[in-house]
Design a binder for this molecule. Structure first.
Ligand code: ADP
Length: 257
């Protein structure tokens, strides 16, 4: 049995100010296997973004351990890609210049890396827009460009913090489906935070449900939809979809969101 890519054990974290302490996470434990697409859902303000910041190394847990494994079982800290609600594309750079920004900052502008970016742009219908400015793209194209910028650095783990929530509902459906397709095709391991239960069910291999703050793992549910090879959009019509939706809805209703 291979070691999981990421293992969290009893993570605790509180915010402190002079006036008060705000416990955000309490004994959070779960794992993510290599190549898995895991979604986290939980009540608003329960600590989901805090958890991603801890996994990304932006915050240090007060208690608990985080372990990353290589496929051979050795320990390592992978490159982590972080995708946020907003695309944060820079308007004074072209779409291509935005896509290679991380490579530029990290002094990784090799022909091999730039060729990979151009290939991703070709694969995901952005190539003919590569010399445009971000404002000339649709919301969905901007998110695809942001994902390519993240993938350019070849991260071992992708953290997605509500990356579709700034999009209107219809765009959100197609963009989330597109982004999921890209992530699966590139074989990346991904952790998605979302408050949209249907989105979590249609995209993820497994869903982790958090309690209200301070968050702890309430339970996990593997998602098995038929037909399994269909697109995330089509999977919303799977016969099992409603069962999972009701399960999550009831779990989160107990948490009084
Ligand atoms: P979620 O992503 O689930 O909405 P967050 O992780 O953003 O939740 O926040 C968890 C809790 O911690 C919230 O109650 C929030 O108000 C509080 N919090 C977040 N950031 C800070 C901070 N910098 N200082 C104090 N409290 C914070």
């Amino acid at each position: 049995m291979p070691e999981p890519l990421l293992q969290l054990k009893n993570i605790c974290y509180s915010y402190h100010s002079l006036q008060m302490e705000t416990p955000a996470l309490s004994n959070v434990s779960f794992h993510i296997d290599t190549g898995e697409f895991v979604a986290i859902v939980g009540p608003s303000g329960c600590g989901k973004s805090t958890l991603l910041s801890i996994i990304a190394g932006l915050l240090s847990p007060e208690e608990g351990t985080i372990i990353f494994h290589n496929p051979d079982g050795s320990l390592h800290y992978p490159k982590i890609g972080y995708m946020l609600q907003r695309d944060h594309l820079l308007e004074w750079r072209t779409v291509y210049q935005n896509a290679i920004l991380g490579l530029e900052i990290n002094k990784m502008l090799t022909p091999e890396n730039t060729d990979r970016v151009l290939q991703l742009m070709k694969d995901y219908d952005l190539y003919k827009f590569k010399d445009k400015k971000p404002s000339e793209l649709s919301g969905g194209m901007k998110q695809r460009a942001a994902l390519i910028r993240t993938l350019a650095l070849n991260p071992g783990l992708l953290l997605l913090d509500e990356p579709f929530s700034a999009l209107d509902y219809q765009t959100r459906l197609t963009v989330s489906s597109d982004i999921c397709r890209i992530i699966r095709k590139t074989g990346k391991t991904a952790l998605l935070i979302t408050h949209d239960l249907s989105e979590a069910i249609s995209l993820a291999d497994r869903i982790i449900i958090l309690s209200r703050r301070p968050a702890t793992v309430k339970f996990e549910v593997p998602i098995r939809l038929s037909p399994p090879d269909d697109s995330p959009l089509a999977s919303r019509n799977a016969p099992e979809f409603q069962y999972y939706f009701n399960l999550l809805w009831e779990a989160l209703s107990d948490e009084k969101i």
